[in-house]
Design a protein around this ligand. Structure first.
Ligand code: FES
Ligand code: FES
Length: 154
C-alpha cells in the first residue's frame, strides 16, 4: 500500500491507499473526515466537491490522490471557524445563500479562489467564475449577492 503525504488545511497528513487513482474526494471524506466537499456527480461536472489545491479551485472527485502528494489542500473546514468565518463564508451567511446547501461548498471554494485572484471582482467576473458550478435549488441570485458582498470586503 502506498502512502501519500500532503498538507491539509495547514497541517501535514499522510494517508494510505491501495489505489493511486483513488479520488481525493474519497480520501478527504472517508479517511480524513473532511465533510465540506460533497459528492455530487463524481464526474467533474457540478463543482460540489471543490477544494483548493495550491490555491487553485480543483474538483476533488476527479483528482487522483497520487497527484496531491507534497502539495497543499484546503477544504471548507480550513477556511474559517463558526466564531471566525472567512469573509466569503460570512457573506454567504449574511445573504442566506443556500437552500439545501449541497452546492454551497463548491460555490464558496470557487468564489474564494476567484477573489484571491481577482479581489474586487465585478458581477460579470463572478458570473463567469461560478458558471461551471451547478445549483439545483436555483439559489443563484443569493449566491451572486454573497460573492459580490465578499468582493467588497476582501
Ligand atoms: S462531485 Fe465533483 S464535480 Fe461533481
Ligand atoms: S442550494 Fe441546493 S443545490 Fe444549491
Amino acid at each position: 500500500m502506498a502512502k501519500y503525504a500532503f498538507q491539509l488545511n495547514g497541517r501535514p497528513v499522510s494517508v494510505d491507499s491501495w489505489d493511486p487513482a483513488q479520488p481525493l474526494l474519497y480520501v478527504l471524506r472517508n479517511t480524513l473526515a473532511q465533510h465540506g466537499p460533497k459528492f455530487g456527480c463524481g464526474l467533474g461536472q457540478c463543482g460540489a466537491c471543490t477544494v483548493l489545491l495550491d490555491g487553485q479551485a480543483t474538483r476533488s472527485c476527479v483528482t487522483p490522490v497520487k497527484t496531491v502528494a507534497g502539495r497543499s489542500v484546503t477544504t471548507l473546514e480550513g477556511l474559517g471557524t463558526p466564531d471566525k468565518p472567512d469573509p466569503v463564508q460570512a457573506a454567504f451567511i449574511a445573504e442566506q445563500a443556500a437552500q439545501c446547501g449541497y452546492c454551497t461548498n463548491g460555490m464558496i471554494m470557487t468564489a474564494k479562489a476567484l477573489l484571491q485572484k481577482t479581489p474586487h471582482a465585478t458581477i460579470d467576473q463572478v458570473k463567469q467564475g461560478l458558471a461551471a458550478n451547478l445549483c439545483r435549488c436555483g439559489t443563484h441570485t443569493r449566491i451572486l449577492a454573497a460573492v459580490l458582498r465578499a468582493a467588497k470586503e476582501v
